[in-house]
Design a protein around this ligand. Sequence first.
Ligand SMILES: Cc1ncc(C[n+]2csc(CCOP(=O)(O)OP(=O)(O)O)c2C)c(N)n1
Ligand SMILES: [Mg+2]
Length: 574
Amino acid sequence: MTVAPGIDAGRRAVAQLVREGADILFSLNGGHIAPIYDACLDLGLRILDVRHEDAAVHMAHAYGRLAGRPGVACVTAGPGVTNAVTAMATAFAAASPLLLIGGKTPLRQFDLGALQDVDQVAILRPVTKGAFTVLEGARVAEYVNAAIRLAYAPPHGPAYVEIPTDVLRERAPVEDAEGGTLPPARLAGRPAPDPALLARAMERIERAERPVIVAGGGVLWSGAQATLRALAERLQAPVLTTSLARGLLPGAHPLNLYAARSFLLSRADLILVVGTRFNYVLGYGRPPRLPKGAAVIQIDAAASELNRNRVVDVAIQADAGAALAALAAALPAGAPGRPWLAEAAARHAKATAAQEAQAAAEARPIHPLRLCRDVVRAAPPEATFIADGGDILSFARLAIHPDAPGRFLDPGPYGCLGVGLPFANAAALARAGAPAVCISGDGALGIHLMEFDTAVRHRLPILVVVSNNAGWGIERNSQVADFGADRVIGTLLRDSRFDLVARALGGHGERVTDPAQIAPAVRRALEAGLPALVDVATDIGAASPDLARGLARVPDRQPLDFYGAPISRGRGEG
Ligand SMILES: Cc1ncc(C[n+]2csc(CCOP(=O)(O)OP(=O)(O)O)c2C)c(N)n1
Ligand SMILES: [Mg+2]
């Protein structure tokens, strides 16, 4: 075969990904992206081939969060791209950087009715920070570089680049390789806080008697966990985290009073919000979730997040670590006494003891909290935990409090079921040596179950523990609460044997019906030397605390649950 001189755009794209630090391409193949695959053979970019494009993007999302490298997915034109949309929206809502590369019909066949043709850029635009079509092969490295830079510009998020097949095959001279001269897309440097704003923040801090810190992903991205901890200890301020920032303080740290969350937020006179949005998790930053009287200091690297939904007292645009370190340096010596912490600690202890009592249940079918407790106890402390599902997700959030950040992943603010297996696979790749333990509902697990095959083929050390209650439990329980026990519809499933599916796919599988057998089964599974799945028969009637609480509310109106329905029929407000 005679080949024209120079290198094609597929090879340029892969070379640029490698230069940006990518080492894995999460992908499902297709003719429209064939030159990219071929270049991976020579340039050492590992292809992690999956069974659904949505899973490829979920994996790129989790890999980008955990590995310290860009998460990159590559999918074929048309259905490959549209299959990836939900996962892109998930990453967008979670402010997670990633790059999706899409195949695209040839430029010269645009609007003719080509195979797998759809306006992909228009579909991707609302769920990305930017969506681009490369029109000239020689410029592909520039696009890859720009898209990764955009993904990592605060607030982080996914970016999309598509390369029409004729452009992908365009060859250009080797010396025309602009990629080698581009600066790295992920910029070094930490934007420092304005000293005048810091001084105003310090005035508030010095006056406060009951400060609370609310910390989110921005602290993780800044690598500022030690700084945050030092500041919290100096200030004697309890730290609340978003679920994706869990572990910023170790689970048992005296200022990690997660079970007294509502008490802390309602009584605080100063709330320092760092690296997280005022979205539904924080009640949009408004009363009643955040009290009217409390002063609020907000630190965010993204100016667009400052004062959004809530006008704060001091808004500081800066890298989280740089701002926290500057505040810590400005504090007077010695930790202040905080009399209110005794009551907060007592409430935390009481709530965790009540959970512990519930988790000790010996009932059959098994209580989901018992399942979560026993899995956490049996797994090694360095494991990455992933939780996915409805009721089981709420119970897992009660039970999983890792000692370090980056060890807990869940569906995040997009609430997307099905992330569990893809996230677990990515975590096993990103944190070599630590098993990824996914606790999932049976409904959620079904969405990307074939990614267990991906784990087997790539020998990924994952353990899936299924809370198998034969139903979409939280929705079934919501129907019972809202409409009555005789009005359950479309929310029940079969008691399917996921352990047998795992075995059929080449993994280790066990079924547990006796609570005493959860921990031994988990230990055997972790030692099986294969991707493993433990199917646990749980009680669908064990409704979760989230359902009862109805967390999301529209301020100043009737309280609403997550789904916008009024909280009624005895569903407490707790
Ligand atoms: C992709 C997607 N589809 C549907 C929903 C709505 N939903 C939220 S929780 C839930 C039930 C989950 O069932 P399961 O995973 O079995 O967990 P369980 O509640 O039974 O513990 C559903 C259908 C969603 N959040 N995401
Ligand atoms: Mg279920």
